[in-house]
Design a protein around this ligand. Structure first.
Ligand code: NAD
Length: 479
């Protein structure tokens, strides 16, 4: 069993959706595993005036889908405390400091603090600055966890980072990208290190193209207001897609530790081939969903809290390239959209004929399925790798390996408690991703798209297929 960890968590936005849907179940998972035991406390802060008891009731309710052990859930909830808080009010930080310090003594947490921003992004900087000015940092460790989105552009990301780094150093900042918590994404590096043929195959000599798809079957549901400020380019491409590309394209790290991984990731993002505004139309396609064929599913523009003439994209496909010896000339096709036929997160690696010289048969595609199966499948030409009769990938060694897979937030929470930044986004990686995405955003914002341009429950606009056909390629997952 893992060693017990000690900390006081301060969750800004403790009454919110993220806290209840993801954070409390994740902390409970750690409690059940004995990673959190006696020496931890959680302070939830939000604007409303809640009592500790009421707050604890909401925490227990958030666990009912995953457990029915009332006694355990009640014992867990006793570690939770509520502090009514307005992010701009200095007095509230002083009250928070007092409570955290009292809980430090009560639960003997070694003054370790995890500050979790489960609050609107516009408050991230303000909260961090108050943590500094009101002297909340302690002599234990002090770790700041930031949810997405990290900025809306390169400039705003720089501004946000500037305000965070007045209080926290880079090695105290944990930028969440929950895709990096998913089992298969985490295992990708291990798979590469363990399978020599696979690792040897990952370059422009043997790979024809790489495809990364993060599709959703749902529309925006009740998040229209947020989506109108984001769009897929900011919501999915800039962070999740870029991080997944990075995990495939990076060089083999010297070791499986945070420093070595971020070193090779930094290099790969620095080698992104510059995109000029003129290339945006050639290499990127945007779309917005209309109704489905039956008219039962609404068009994006008819969704709640969405402008009837909205130009926000709900689909993006594009071609990303690297200016490197290893990957020069290999297109990385990316695609993400809402109201596609299925929810799927996958990486398809398509080999060329030269790969035969390292034992990979002609027309081979290796597919790494990230979701919805959460990591249980690697396919070679569409069938389970174990049955594929090709020796490219041997993993996992144990068939039941993924049965013990942790939920993404749980696994990332353990990393935070361990002080391990391996599965978090570092500032230099993020800067390069924003610089790249800004070129596309600025070009698109200067033109009016012809939306809607794809029917709900389809694979996006025709231009998304044409993008690959121009290069003599096609999407592996084509429904
Ligand atoms: P939410 O609106 O459900 O919760 C926001 C919380 O902030 C509430 O607890 C609210 O009381 C508190 N709050 C608002 N104004 C405040 C103020 N002035 N002072 C103090 N507290 C205040 O939002 P959410 O969906 O939980 O999202 C929280 C953060 O997580 C956002 O940054 C969001 O982008 C990010 N995020 C959310 C999800 C998700 O699935 N919900 C996924 C990824 C990232």
């Amino acid at each position: 069993m893992a060693a017990e960890k000690k900390a006081v968590f301060i969750i800004f936005g403790g009454s919110g959706d993220l806290a209840h849907r993801k954070l409390y179940p994740a902390l409970y998972g750690l409690y059940k595993a004995g990673i959190l035991k006696e020496h931890f406390a959680v302070i939830g802060t939000a604007r409303r005036a809640w009592s500790d008891n009421y707050y604890r009731g909401t925490v227990v309710t958030s666990l009912l889908d995953i457990d029915d052990d009332q006694e355990k859930m009640q014992a867990f909830a006793k570690h939770f405390f509520y502090q009514s808080h307005d992010v701009t009010d200095s007095d509230h930080y002083i009250a928070l400091k007092k409570l955290a310090s009292k809980l430090d003594d009560q639960f003997e947490t070694d003054q370790n603090r995890i500050y979790y921003m489960a609050i609107a992004p516009r408050f991230f900087g303000t909260v961090a600055e108050h943590i500094n000015s009101e002297g909340l940092k302690t002599s234990g460790y002090n770790r700041l966890v930031i949810e997405k989105p990290f900025g809306r552009s390169y400039d705003s990301a720089c501004e946000l980072n500037g305000s965070l780094t007045k209080t926290f150093s880079e090695n105290e900042i944990y930028r969440m990208d929950h895709y990096l918590g998913k089992q298969m994404v985490q295992q990708l590096t291990r798979i590469r290190l363990k399978n020599k043929t696979f690792e040897k195959s990952l370059n422009n000599k043997y790979v024809s193209n790489v495809q990364v798809t993060l599709s959703e079957s749902l529309g925006v549901e009740d998040r229209g207001g947020y989506y109108e400020t984001a769009g897929v380019l900011r919501d999915m491409i800039q962070n999740h897609i870029m991080q997944i590309i990075g995990a495939v394209a990076m060089d083999e790290p010297a070791k499986l530790d945070s420093e070595s991984i971020h070193e090779v990731k930094r290099e790969v993002f620095a080698s992104l081939k510059d995109l000029t505004p003129d290339e945006v139309d050639k290499n990127f396609v945007r779309g917005q969903y209309g109704e489905d064929i039956t008219g039962k599913q609404k068009a994006y523009r008819d969704e709640d809290n969405v402008d009837a003439n909205s130009d926000i994209e709900t689909f993006v496909a594009g071609k990303v390239e690297f200016d490197s010896e290893r990957w020069g000339g290999v297109p990385f096709y990316v695609r993400s959209g809402k109201r596609m036929p299925a929810k799927s997160s996958r990486i398809d690696i398509v080999y060329n004929d030269a790969a035969e010289e390292i034992g990979i048969r002609p027309n081979t595609t290796v597919t790494i399925l990230i979701e919805p199966e959460d990591g249980s499948y690697i396919l070679v030409n569409g069938i389970d790798y174990l049955e594929s009769n090709q020796d490219i990938i041997k993993f996992p060694e144990k068939e039941d390996y993924f049965d013990h897979a942790r939920e993404a937030y749980e696994s990332l929470m353990i990393d935070i408690l361990d002080g391990n930044q391996i599965h978090f986004t570092m500032w230099d990686e993020l800067q390069n991703a924003w610089k790249y995405v800004d070129i596309i955003r600025q070009k698109w914002d200067s033109e009016t798209p012809d939306f809607p341009n794809y029917e709900s429950n389809t694979m996006g606009p025709d231009a998304a297929s044409e993008l690959l056909e121009k290069d003599g390629n096609s999407w592996v997952w084509a429904d």
